[in-house]
Design a protein around this ligand. Structure first.
Ligand SMILES: Cc1cc2nc3c(=O)[nH]c(=O)nc-3n(C[C@H](O)[C@H](O)[C@H](O)COP(=O)(O)OP(=O)(O)OC[C@H]3O[C@@H](n4cnc5c(N)ncnc54)[C@H](O)[C@@H]3O)c2cc1C
Length: 566
């Protein structure tokens, strides 16, 4: 006997569920309800309409109800909001937003994919500014048309998450004076503070006024007022401080809500009602690295969950391995990707994990190739097991490939030593014979085996303040160009002849450009009987990136004579 499937929400999770259900059965009835005027649009491309990369707002809509009907025999009802669920009768009440009329639709199985909505807190004076949020095509079209008419071109984006950064970047590309305001000490939490300094720099260098560690306290007429007392003149405010799962329908229907405030589902994405499933931004998912339920508003998980729900409805085996969170963003000339745990998350979740950090900055392809760029790569692994916990990569080239490899490695339970053996494809325009991922495996296994000791570039300021003995092992010409104030220059090429200049009675910190030559120097000194040698991970380049934004924006004293980012 044919069944009737109703779906709430017609975008990532909803449309994917509908399509998979149809592929698994030709005879069942599938109706998808969408409150907005569009189904199946590209949320992820929305910010790119502001810069004109996506010229036409309508092209953001990938499918329309006619196509759903003709190609898939799926009824997509736009401007139709599901307002309540009668679980006992297995019916939903739907409001046709065009006519105001309400009607009833019965179901065999109901799938909820209502997503998450932007948070707009009731900040004092919010009615005195033109506020916008970015969730759908209507929103972005409205924002784009509004900013086009601005005289001052002053736009403020509140919140430095993915959406805030993408909106800020695209507005800046379109020539607006953009202020990006973030209450925390850094933007984008999937990245650690040390790594994110690269993007802080990138935003700053591209003329975005990035304000961190300052919170919006109120709005005045065309003005954002910050807790510090700073005032930012603005004609438009984009609120991007985060999203909250749309749970109203579920709550009203008495479905169980989880510890995170999102809809609780079991391993098959079934809610507390046998006949109701839920997927996407509205649900909480298990993160096996954290060992807890988390919210993960990303398109990939939503679409994968959608497929699994349809499979489960049709009796296929579903294996829910949880989600570790993998994401990527473009920020002007840089690409930044991350997966799994970072140091900030380990602290925030108070996880009892002992870990070590690998930080390397090799070229992303063979140096002779055009466009070879440094790739800043950070990886965390557990001590003593070597279990890979997470990684972050930021560079101008291909970072997502590297992070995808690590995401895969984590999913398959790989250890740091496993990375050494991975056979990754290589030709000079694409990478290096030993890819950065292999390289991280070498450094990590050395650290695990106690082959050398390291400090981080983020420790260097304090080391200098405490009068630490730092040796720069780069060549003299490099040192002359710029160096750490107070560092002694003993090039690697002269090191073995000048060991008498190196103290044995105190720690000695070595660095070069990217920590590779200084690693060689550290190993040489170790074999020559020096016991207190530390390599500074990230090297001079890492130190420059780490220090730059805060130097520029706080006016504090520099610890380098000049920066070198190459
Ligand atoms: C600007 C932006 C950029 C993004 N970029 C990325 C990215 O680069 N990478 C990435 O992985 N993720 C990105 N995301 C997140 C990604 O889009 C979401 O994780 C994904 O769309 C979630 O799918 P969903 O089906 O749960 O919710 P949605 O795609 O939001 O769909 C939910 C739909 O349900 C409708 N709805 C809600 N309640 C009802 C109701 N009662 N009746 C009828 N309809 C209802 C809503 O109107 C909405 O259209 C981005 C999101 C935004 C907003």
């Amino acid at each position: 006997m044919s069944k009737k499937f109703l779906i709430v929400g017609g975008v990532a999770g909803g449309a994917s569920t509908a399509a998979r259900l149809r592929r698994l059965s030709e005879e069942d009835e599938i109706i998808m309800f969408e409150r907005g005027p569009h189904v199946s649009f590209s949320n992820c491309c929305l910010p790119y309409h502001l810069s004109g990369v996506v010229e036409d707002a309508e092209s953001l809509v990938l499918m329309n109800p006619n196509k759903f009907l003709s190609q898939y025999n799926i009824e997509a009802r736009v401007n139709n909001e599901v307002v309540s669920i009668d679980r006992h009768k297995k019916e939903v009440i739907v409001k046709n937003l065009a006519t105001g009329e309400e009607y009833v639709e019965a179901y065999d199985k109901l799938i909820l994919s209502p997503g998450a909505k932007p948070i707009v807190p009731p900040i004092n004076g919010i009615e005195k500014v033109n506020t916008f949020t970015v969730r759908n095509v209507v929103d972005i079209d409205k924002l784009n048309k509004f900013v086009k008419g601005l005289k001052s071109k002053n736009v403020s984006v509140i919140g430095g998450g993915f959406i805030g950064v993408e909106v800020a970047e695209n507005l800046r590309e379109a020539g607006y004076n953009v202020t990006l305001i973030e209450a925390m000490s850094q933007i984008m939490k999937p990245f650690d503070y040390d790594m994110i300094q690269i993007l802080h720099k990138e935003l700053y260098d591209h003329g975005i006024r990035l304000i961190i560690s300052d919170k919006v306290s109120a709005f005045e007429k065309d003005t954002v007022v910050l807790e510090s007392g700073k005032k930012v003149e603005t004609e438009a405010v984009v609120m991007a401080i985060g999203v909250v799962p749309e749970t109203e329908l579920a709550v009203k229907a008495g479905l169980e809500i989880g510890e995170t405030g999102a809809i609780k589902v079991d391993q098959n994405y079934k809610t507390s009602d046998e006949n109701i499933y839920a997927v996407g931004d509205a649900i909480e998912v298990y993160n096996p690295l954290i060992g807890k339920m988390t919210k993960l508003p990303l398109a990939g998980p939503a679409q994968k969950q959608a497929r699994e729900v349809a499979d489960h409805i049709f009796g296929m085996l579903v294996l829910n391995t949880g989600f570790i969170g993998s994401s990527v963003i473009k920020c002007f000339d840089y690409n930044a990707a991350s997966t799994g745990l970072n140091e900030g998350m380990i602290k925030a979740y108070n996880l009892d994990i002992k870990y070590e950090v690998v930080k390397v900055i090799p070229g992303d392809k063979v140096g002779l190739m055009p466009g070879c760029e440094p790739l800043h790569f950070k990886l965390l692994f557990e001590i003593p097991t070597g279990r890979i916990l997470g990684a972050q990569a930021i560079g101008k080239g291909n970072v997502d490939k590297r992070i995808d490899v690590i995401a895969t490695a984590i999913k398959f339970g790989a250890k740091i030593n496993d990375l050494r053996d991975l056979e990754l494809c290589y030709a000079p325009p694409f990478g290096t014979a030993k890819d950065v991922v292999n390289y991280a495996g070498y450094v990590g296994s050395n650290l695990l085996n106690g082959v050398f000791k390291q400090v981080r570039e983020s420790d260097v300021r304090e080391l200098i303040e405490n009068g630490a003995y730092i040796i720069d092992v780069r060549e003299k010409s490099e040192y002359k160009l710029s160096h750490i104030i107070g560092a002694k220059n003993i090039p690697l090429s002269e090191l073995r002849d000048r060991t008498n200049e190196i103290p044995k009675d105190k720690p000695v910190y070595l660095h070069c450009r990217s920590a590779q030559r200084s690693y060689n120097a550290a190993m040489a000194l170790k074999h020559l009987g020096f016991e207190n040698i530390y390599n500074i991970s990230g090297g001079f380049m890492g130190i420059c990136f780490y220090e730059y934004f805060n130097d520029e924006t706080t006016g504090r004293e520099k610890i380098v004579t000049d920066y070198n980012f190459l």
